[in-house]
Design a protein around this ligand. Structure first.
Ligand SMILES: Cc1cc2nc3c(=O)[nH]c(=O)nc-3n(C[C@H](O)[C@H](O)[C@H](O)COP(=O)(O)OP(=O)(O)OC[C@H]3O[C@@H](n4cnc5c(N)ncnc54)[C@H](O)[C@@H]3O)c2cc1C
Ligand code: SF4
Length: 444
């Protein structure tokens, strides 16, 4: 579906769409199940406050353009959110149908239907009202969901908004990390084309702090938004950790999604270490790619896991073996070839591949390159909760770098900062400005 070419032969292309695009008939039938609740709890549960019954009603009446407009004004990344949001614990989890033990409305699939159909018709670029150019220049660091949202909302108000990313491709983890059965990289790139059509500029392959110093970014722009996400995968300091066969989860997932030379040849037994959603994703991906034995090893019990229970159940259904109280002690190698993972209690798990999903470093050093931008003990950028403002009057921040964990919360952070930046720069914000859509609306 994307005009942006990616190389063929990537592993992610072998994975099937977990929730395929609805047909028109399916979408209309599902839309008609919605009760269009007054004070709808699904709206409150959406971090960006999309008017869910409103967009669903428009699908039911055949007004797809209006439906997409309702979604995308409140959430410029409403397409990727439709595909990657954990709706089970957000909007669909709050749907009134749950109280009657009936299947909640498939909000994510309906949202995907409206946005993807509009994208395919090539009309999305004219959906949202745009203000005349105002001469203000905004730099966003990182081209993930948080920065893209900030840049998109400010571009719509007439700013020149440029997003810089060290990666050659835009989209952040939507492109490099999200499980392909939710959304392949093409989906994220297609969404970026929509944002580009709103005026967002992209400078790929530019690492801020290395290729462009923080001081130059500040001097050349009226405001800077920091959305760099998190850094590299945490490693395990145990014997045998160095060498082939042991990989960090985000590094492995990125190769699986984007690198046509990535291969699972010779891997019949794989182990994923970790208890979060990234660990479960990696295990499900390996199982779906045909690895015969996939084990998910977690140091504590299921009750202590940060990963979603519904994702763990899905992993189990796909054949992933879940092992509790498993503390790695050493990688067993023969002639440097990985043979097994040994646990502290002596158990050994033979394997050809170990994927470590035990956390990611912070990018505190980048934040600290900007004067007066503070980080906390965990390396997260300290921001004002209402606005995303930092200690530097020209710098705002949001997304995972400030403690976020989801695409949708990153988007809301970007929208929140866009409102605050517009106010700080004295940009007149129109009454129908998309950045004002969604709950939490404040005329900042
Ligand atoms: C494997 C994985 C799967 C996930 N799956 C889901 C999911 O299904 N649903 C969900 O809601 N969330 C998911 N998440 C979480 C979600 O992806 C993040 O919360 C979200 O992407 C955060 O957005 P962000 O804009 O803050 O950062 P990111 O998406 O991480 O983007 C940050 C960007 O900044 C760039 N950058 C960093 N430093 C610099 C620099 N110095 N100069 C220039 N660019 C820089 C990076 O290259 C990156 O592209 C997942 C996370 C992971 C790791
Ligand atoms: S709570 Fe469920 S039924 Fe009510 S408006 Fe939201 S999606 Fe429709």
């Amino acid at each position: 579906m994307s005009a942006t070419p990616l190389p063929q032969g990537r592993l992610e292309q072998q994975l099937e769409d977990g929730k395929p695009l609805y047909t028109e008939g399916e979408a209309v039938a599902e839309a008609h199940r919605c009760l269009f609740c007054h004070d709808a709890p699904c709206i409150t549960a959406c971090p960006t406050g999309i008017d869910i019954p409103r967009f669903i009603r428009k699908i039911g009446t055949g007004n797809l353009r209006g439906s997409a407009q309702t979604i995308l004004s409140a959430n410029l990344l409403g397409y990727s959110c439709a595909r990657v949001c954990p709706v089970e614990v957000l909007c669909a989890g709050a749907c009134v149908y749950n109280a009657w033990e009936r299947t909640p409305i498939a909000i994510g699939r309906l949202q995907r239907y409206a946005t993807e159909t509009l994208f395919a018709q090539g009309e999305a670029g004219t959906l949202l009202p745009r203000a005349a150019a105002n001469g203000k220049r905004i730099a966003c660091v990182g081209a993930g969901p948080a920065s893209l949202a900030a840049a998109g909302y400010l571009a719509l108000e007439g700013c020149e908004a440029t997003v810089f990313d060290r990666n050659p491709l835009p989209g952040g983890l939507n492109t490099t990390g999200v499980a392909p059965y939710k959304m392949p990289a093409e989906g994220s790139l297609r969404e970026f084309e929509f944002l580009a059509s709103l005026g967002v500029r992209f400078e790929g392959g530019v690492e801020v702090g290395r290729d462009v110093p923080a001081a130059k970014l500040l001097a050349d722009h009226d405001a800077v938004f920091l959305g760099p996400g998190l850094g590299g995968d945490t490693t395990l300091a145990i014997p045998g950790a160095e060498g082939a066969g042991v990989q960090g989860a985000t590094a492995w997932i990125e190769r699986m999604k984007l690198d046509p030379t990535a291969s699972l040849a010779g891997v019949t037994r794989a182990i994923v270490v970790g208890g979060g959603n990234t660990a479960i994703d990696a295990a499900r991906e390996l199982a779906q790619l045909g690895v015969a034995e996939v084990s998910l090893l977690y140091r504590r019990t299921q009750a202590d896991m940060s990963g979603y229970a519904h994702e763990l159940e899905a992993a189990r259904a796909e054949g992933v073996r879940f092992v509790e109280r498993a503390v790695p002690a050493a990688f067993v190698r023969e002639n440097s070839v990985l043979k097994a993972l040994r646990l502290s209690d002596g158990r050994e798990f033979p394997c050809e591949l170990v994927v470590l999903a035990i956390g990611q470093a912070s990018l505190a050093a980048l934040a600290q390159a900007f004067p007066d931008v503070a980080t906390d003990a965990k390396g997260r950028i300290v921001v004002d909760a209402e606005t995303g403002a930092t200690g530097n009057a020209k710098v705002w921040a949001g997304g995972d770098a400030t403690g976020g964990e989801l695409v949708v919360t990153g988007v809301q952070d970007g929208k929140r900062a866009a409102r605050a930046i517009a106010k700080a720069l004295g940009i007149p914000v129109r009454d129908d400005a998309p950045m004002l859509a969604g709950h939490g609306t404040v005329r900042t």
